[in-house]
Write a protein that binds this ligand. Sequence first.
Ligand SMILES: Cc1cc2nc3c(=O)[nH]c(=O)nc-3n(C[C@H](O)[C@H](O)[C@H](O)COP(=O)(O)OP(=O)(O)OC[C@H]3O[C@@H](n4cnc5c(N)ncnc54)[C@H](O)[C@@H]3O)c2cc1C
Ligand code: FES
Length: 330
Amino acid sequence: MSKLPIQTLPNSPEERGLSKVHFGIAKIVAKERYREFCRLTLHLPQIAQWTQPGQFVNIYFDGLDSNLRFERSSLPMLSILPRPFSVAKILSLRKGEIKSEAPQAFSVLFNIRGVGTNWLAQLTADVPIKVAGPLGKGFWLPEGTKTAVLVAGGIGVAAFPFLAETLKAQDIDTILLLGAQTKEKLPFDPVRAEFPVINKNGKPLSYWSVDEFESAGVRSAIALDKPEEGFFAGTVVQLFETWLSNQKEREGIVVYGCGPKPMLKALSEITLANKLHCQLSLEERMGCGIGICFGCPIPIKGNSYKLCCLDGPVFDAIEVDWEQYISRNS
Ligand SMILES: Cc1cc2nc3c(=O)[nH]c(=O)nc-3n(C[C@H](O)[C@H](O)[C@H](O)COP(=O)(O)OP(=O)(O)OC[C@H]3O[C@@H](n4cnc5c(N)ncnc54)[C@H](O)[C@@H]3O)c2cc1C
Ligand code: FES
C-alpha cells in the first residue's frame, strides 16, 4: 500500500458540506492487532475517495460471511446498531505492478471493548462487511493557521493520522501530543524520538514518539499518567500546557482534540483561557448515524442541541455546553 495525493481542508465550518453517503460492501484487505487495539484496512473506493479528515464510517454486522457464534443476549445490540469509527487513513493499493493513485481503501483503528469490536477484531482478510460513509462533518483549517497541535487521549488518536497527513500536505507545522494512563494502554508501540518536541531549553518534552506520525514529518510527544522514564509525566492536557508555556509566538496556533470527555473539557478550558482556536471530535452513542433517529444530541450553549452524527462529530470547542455534556453517562 502506498500514500496518496491529499485533498485540502475547508477553511471554515460552514464550508464543510455533508458528503453523499455510500452504502456498500467493503473487503478487509489488511488487519493488524496490537494489545487491545485493532486496525482494519477496508477496500471500498467510493468511501475512500470522498472522505475528509474527521469524518467517520458506520460498520454494520448483518450479512457477514463469518462462522462466529455469539450469545443470544448480545445479538439484538450486535445486529441492529452499526458501530461508528473515525476514518484513520485513506490509502491507495498496489496490485502487482499496477499502482492506483486514487484512494482505494481506508483504515479504522479501534479499541477492542464490547461485542461489536470483538467481533470485528476476529474477522479475517477478504471477509466482506457492510459499511456506510463518509458520515458527519470533519475538521477545518482556519485562515492564518501556522501550527496545528493535535492532542489525543488514548484511542482518540485514531481521528488524527489522516488529519496530520493533510495538514502536512498543506505545509502546516504539525505536532501530535498523545496521552495514556500507562505505556501498555498506548495504541502504538512508542519509538525513540528522532525529532522530539522540545522545550525552551532545547530538552525534549518526551524522548518517545509515535513512528506513524514521525515518519509523516509530524513530531510527537507522549504523556503517561503513571510516570515512566523518558515520557512526559502527567496527563496529555498537562503536556499541552507545558508545550504552550514554551511558545513565544502564539498567533496562528490551532488545537485539534480527540479523546475522553473530561480530557476534552480540560483542553477546551485551557484553549479558551489562552484565546486559542480549538476543534474537538466528540463521541456520542449513536443509532442511525445519519441524522434520522435524533439519538446523538450534543448540548450547545444557549440551551440548544446539535446532532453529533450530522453537525459533528467535529465541533468548535467554544460552542459546547460542557456542564450538560459531561454530566451524561455515555
Ligand atoms: C463519531 C465516532 C467516531 C468513533 N471513532 C472511534 C475510533 O476511531 N476508534 C474507536 O476505538 N472507537 C471509536 N468510537 C467509539 C466506538 O464507536 C465504540 O467503541 C464502539 O461502537 C463500541 O462498540 P462495541 O460493540 O464493541 O461496544 P459495546 O459497548 O458492546 O456497544 C454497545 C453499543 O454502544 C455503542 N457505544 C459503545 N461505546 C461507544 C462510544 N464510545 N461512542 C459511541 N457509541 C458507543 C455501540 O456503538 C453499540 O451500539 C467512535 C464513536 C463515534 C461516535
Ligand atoms: S445517530 Fe441518529 S441522529 Fe445521530
